[in-house]
Design a protein around this ligand. Structure first.
Ligand code: SF4
Length: 426
């Protein structure tokens, strides 16, 4: 471990390719893409992760790839190798669009030009170093894949009447300030970001009052224009505007071995997959001609990946846990697999968050039920985050005790109404 590598990472910042983060299993390097890549490029990434890391790859909740188990030295080599692949790597301020941006048949508008304009202007004003390290902007084209569950300081969502502006947290109708005309969104976003930078790195989008947002952006429409926010699963078939389609699939709990992912890519190339994009919700979008989808579905099923929101594993978010993370108090994936196998446990919207410790990496927002590891055992938390002690209903439980509590909950608590329908993509 050398000082320069540690110095590259601002306190509290998200890891990246050039600023890997130390975890329980070594350094973690995050690759944030701004567009689809050839499946061959994923194979190259996997080979580098196998050679230079411990061979585990995560697809994060925000749809980034993460190589694990690197050393300080191999993290640098990994970065150098990835940069030779000429991938569409995100740099500067985190301004995210959906994984099907510009391709989604149901999109209201292509969000990429606005995202790029915000990123470039923020860079020109050198805002990044003055903003909170995890500042995030979401520009949502309003397509078939919802980004509602992703946290954002500033959110611009395309609607038929213009960009719907919200600040702070996940997407809810209460956070919507109103509609911005199409051409006013870049100035409005920059005004908010500049105001945040002026306040310093502790200030977040959630700290703006409605009147401050109105004053800074000139937004006039009445609040609460967000309407109902529909959450969608990233799994299943999505129609693209080029006559092709994407199959959303994903490994259980967002992690797979790099050699398994490389083998999957070899198989999907053979079946006609032309492009791949990691997606929020620990998913992978496989893009191909419509005719190739049945073959892709078979390959994905053979690899034991999820491809439907009804998969019992889809309603569980679990962090890497032991042995991958030094902070973890138990093997989160073992417990998640045991829960998914319980009779009566259903897929659908997220209902259970399994966290190796109180940090809650896999699901920073409150979840209906959270199991959080402590040195003394497991805590059962209802409607809270992994750190919400006040919402704890049972403490110091062993794994078998917890499993029987969850079993009782699974049978007595039906999946949220409409969750299954919302998760079906066809
Ligand atoms: S929640 Fe805790 S145990 Fe899980 S990955 Fe994050 S730091 Fe590690």
């Amino acid at each position: 471990m050398t000082a320069p590598l540690l110095e590259t990472m601002r306190r509290g910042a998200c890891p990246s390719l050039s600023a890997p983060m130390q975890t329980g299993d070594g350094y973690l390097s995050r690759i944030a893409l701004t567009g689809p890549v050839a499946p061959e490029a994923i194979i190259s990434l996997c080979n580098a992760a196998l050679r230079l890391g411990n061979g585990l790859i995560d697809i994060s909740a925000r749809g980034n790839l993460q190589a694990r188990g690197l050393s300080a030295e191999t993290a640098r080599l990994f970065e150098a190798e990835v940069r030779t692949l000429d991938l569409p790597l995100r740099s500067g301020l985190a301004v995210d669009t959906g994984p099907l941006a510009g391709l989604d048949l149901q999109e209201v508008t292509d969000p990429r030009p606005l995202a790029e304009a915000i990123r470039m202007r923020a860079d020109r004003l050198r805002l990044l170093d003055r903003l909170a390290p995890k500042t995030a902007v979401i520009v949502d084209g309003g397509g078939s894949l919802s980004l509602a569950r992703l946290l954002a300081d500033i959110r611009l969502k395309a609607t038929q009447g213009g960009w719907l502006l919200s600040t702070g947290g996940t997407e809810t109708p209460e956070k919507a300030h109103g509609l911005l005309p199409w051409d006013e969104a870049p100035d409005a976003a920059l005004a908010l970001l500049s105001a945040m930078a002026k306040q310093g790195p502790r200030f977040r989008g959630r700290d703006f009052t409605a009147s401050e947002v109105r004053e800074l952006t000139g937004i006039k429409a009445a609040p609460h224009q967000g309407g109902v926010v529909l959450e969608t699963s990233p799994f299943g078939r999505f129609a693209l505007n080029n006559g092709k389609a994407a199959l959303g699939c994903g490994p259980a709990f967002g992690q797979m071995r790099a050699d398994d992912l490389a083998a999957l890519m070899v198989a999907v190339i053979e079946a006609g997959c032309e492009a791949v994009r990691p997606a929020p919700g620990h998913a992978l979008m496989l893009m191909a001609e419509e005719l190739a989808l049945p073959k892709l579905r078979n390959i994905v099923a053979g690899a034991n990946l999820m491809q439907s929101g009804d998969d019992p594993r889809a309603s569980i978010a679990a962090c890497p846990g032991q042995p991958g993370c030094a902070s973890a108090h138990f093997d989160t994936h073992a417990l998640a697999r045991a829960v998914a196998a319980l009779p009566g446990w259903q897929g659908g919207a997220l209902r259970l968050h399994i966290s190796g410790c109180a940090k809650g990496c896999a699901h920073p927002e409150p979840a209906p039920v959270t199991l959080s590891g402590t040195p003394d055992g497991l805590q059962l938390i209802v409607d809270g985050k992994a750190s919400d002690l006040s919402n704890t209903i049972s403490s110091n439980l062993s794994m078998p005790d917890m499993l029987s509590r969850i079993s009782a909950l699974a049978i007595s608590t039906p999946a949220p109404a409409g969750a299954k329908a919302a998760n079906r993509q066809e």
